[in-house]
Design a protein around this ligand. Structure first.
Ligand SMILES: Nc1ncnc2c1ncn2[C@@H]1O[C@H](COP(=O)(O)OP(=O)(O)OP(=O)(O)O)[C@@H](O)[C@H]1O
Ligand SMILES: [Mg+2]
Length: 503
């Protein structure tokens, strides 16, 4: 008996089904530009097949954790585990046949690749006794199997590409059915794409992607032009598990929704000019310093390296074309958009990726598309704003030193360090775990503790508890120390101004 998964309706109105057993043998590739409905499609497929087959979702944005809530998947927060323990978790998931969501949110590209690879290898390298069928869904597959070398280390790319190749090329015998989705076919490694025999092609704008799609589907490029006009949620299906000839279909509704909904236009919030100044003009770290991914404990060398890097700024082509006034005006508008986003009630707890997406959309709406800061720059702006580091400090010499030290930390931690440094400088009570988590955009108190541990391991701070269990943080070398603060306090003392980023 074949298991038919209903994906939606054909454009002719009849049910569009996917043959699950055939899919297990022949794999699936989903392609479509951002917003074409790929993640929705994956969700529909996962929901409809959840009761039939074990599943795992490699989830770069943490979108699918809501699916776990409904269907009982185990969510694994990759950020909290080492590669080795993820590999073991993968093996155990297979042995015990537990459906999982590997949430890779919050990790940088390098670690997303390494940890996804470890988990996939665990699924793959398991004794024959456990080769039960399993769907392995990878959203944003180009992140894990990139066509060209990016910023990540060669080792991470090799690991991740190897795991994806195993999944798509050699997984079938082991019961692993790869289902991969990508925005840009041209960005996905060819050997990984080529192993899928089923395709769902959504709206595609770029010629290069269209050409790759046409090649994969064995269509003429002229025919593939039709992909340009597909609406959101509409896909062209082809393959043994779907249809023997190209078939238009509309994906049906889902029971669960993505945790991160698409941003919608809303009136700009009101903020006083003073608030705006504090948020937007927060002290920035020195420019053109790329924090090292794995800072070694040798602080002095790193600071030296950072200093010399700061002396050689690279030219920004756009900046060279614009006058100083135009640049200032552009910056002001970008700042206003950030301010508006941060003034939304839940802004403190939304993932950076989601905030950034909304930010970029708003920049585009304002005609600032190409002027929008990249994600790294945005992260920096955001953590500073969230940590409430105000402009009054920017001029301060000692504070410049703090900025320089912060630059050895990953970008998203720099604001936290500066928030603590600020408290230490002013002799304020040490921020509580809740305050630190909030400034980081998280609800997790454990994450706040891990952040502090990490910053301490880098040799920037020393944490101590006094007799009453209150925490004191001292800045190494500067010898500024916070007043004792209760780590478990819910609210943070208002004079720290750390709440200035939210109403
Ligand atoms: N078939 C559909 N029916 C109803 N809503 C849909 C459908 N497909 C997509 N949507 C909605 O459209 C929006 C964009 O869809 P989705 O997030 O799936 O796009 P995507 O292709 O994954 O984009 P990205 O590449 O940026 O992740 C979402 O809000 C989603 O709920
Ligand atoms: Mg998506």
């Amino acid at each position: 008996m074949a298991v038919a998964i209903e994906m939606g309706h054909t454009t002719a109105g009849s049910p569009a089904v996917l043959d699950l057993e055939e899919l297990l043998a022949t794999r699936l590739l989903v392609q479509g530009n951002s917003g074409s409905g790929k993640s929705h499609l994956l969700r529909r497929l996962l929901e409809q097949s959840a009761s039939w087959v074990q599943q795992t979702i490699i989830d770069p944005e943490g979108d699918f954790v809501t699916l776990a809530e409904r269907f009982g998947h185990l969510v694994i927060d990759a950020e909290e585990h080492t590669e080795r323990s993820l590999q073991i978790a993968g093996e155990r998931a297979r042995i015990h046949r537990v459906s999982t969501v590997l949430n890779l949110e919050g990790l940088d590209a390098e670690n997303q690749m390494r940890r996804a690879a470890a988990f996939l290898n665990g699924l793959f390298e398991i004794a024959r006794d456990h080769w039960y069928p399993m769907l392995v869904v990878v959203d944003e597959a180009q992140l894990f199997a990139p066509a060209i070398a990016g910023e990540v280390s060669d080792e991470a790319r090799k690991l991740s590409l190897g795991a994806m190749t195993n999944l798509m090329c050699r997984g079938r015998k082991r019961g692993l059915a790869g289902v991969i989705a990508t925005q840009r076919l041209a960005k996905l490694a060819k050997n990984v794409a080529a192993e899928a025999s089923n395709f769902l092609m959504g709206r595609t704008f770029l010629d290069i992607d269209m050409a790759r799609a046409a090649d994969l589907l064995g269509m003429e490029r002229r025919q593939a032009d039709a992909f340009r006009d597909l609406e959101r949620g509409h896909f062209m299906a082809l393959g043994p598990a779907l249809s023997r000839r190209p078939l238009g279909l509309r994906i049906g509704p889902t029971d669960t929704s993505p945790r991160n909904a698409t941003p919608r236009l809303m009136p700009l919030p009101e903020a006083t000019l003073e608030d705006a100044r504090a948020i937007i003009l927060a002290a920035a770290p020195p420019e053109n310093i790329r924090p090292q991914r794995r800072p070694s404990p040798d602080l002095l060398n790193q600071l030296m390296a950072a200093k010399s890097a700061a002396l050689e700024p690279g030219p920004d082509p756009l900046e060279q074309l614009l006058s100083a006034e135009e640049l200032a005006e552009r910056r002001e508008r970008v700042d206003r958009i950030l301010r508006a986003i941060l003034a939304e009630p839940d802004a403190g707890f939304r993932a950076i990726g989601v905030l950034y997406q909304e930010f970029v959309v708003r920049c585009r709406i304002e005609g600032l598309g190409s002027a929008a800061p990249d994600l790294g720059e945005f992260r920096r702006m955001l953590t500073h704003a969230r940590a409430g580091v105000g402009s009054d400090l920017a001029e301060d010499d000692a504070w410049q030193d703090v900025s320089l030290r912060a630059s050895i930390l990953p970008e998203d931690m720099q604001g936290i360090f500066m928030m603590i440094a600020r408290a230490a400088k002013e002799g304020w009570p040490c921020p509580s775990d809740a305050a630190i988590a909030r400034a980081y955009g998280s609800h997790s108190l454990r994450r706040a503790q891990r952040l502090l541990n990490y910053i301490e391991e880098q040799g920037l701070i020393v944490c101590q508890l006094d007799g009453a269990g209150r925490r004191i943080v001292t800045l190494v070398e500067l010898a500024w120390a916070t007043a004792p603060g209760d780590p478990n306090a819910e609210e943070l003392p208002t004079e720290q101004g750390c709440n200035s980023a939210s109403p």
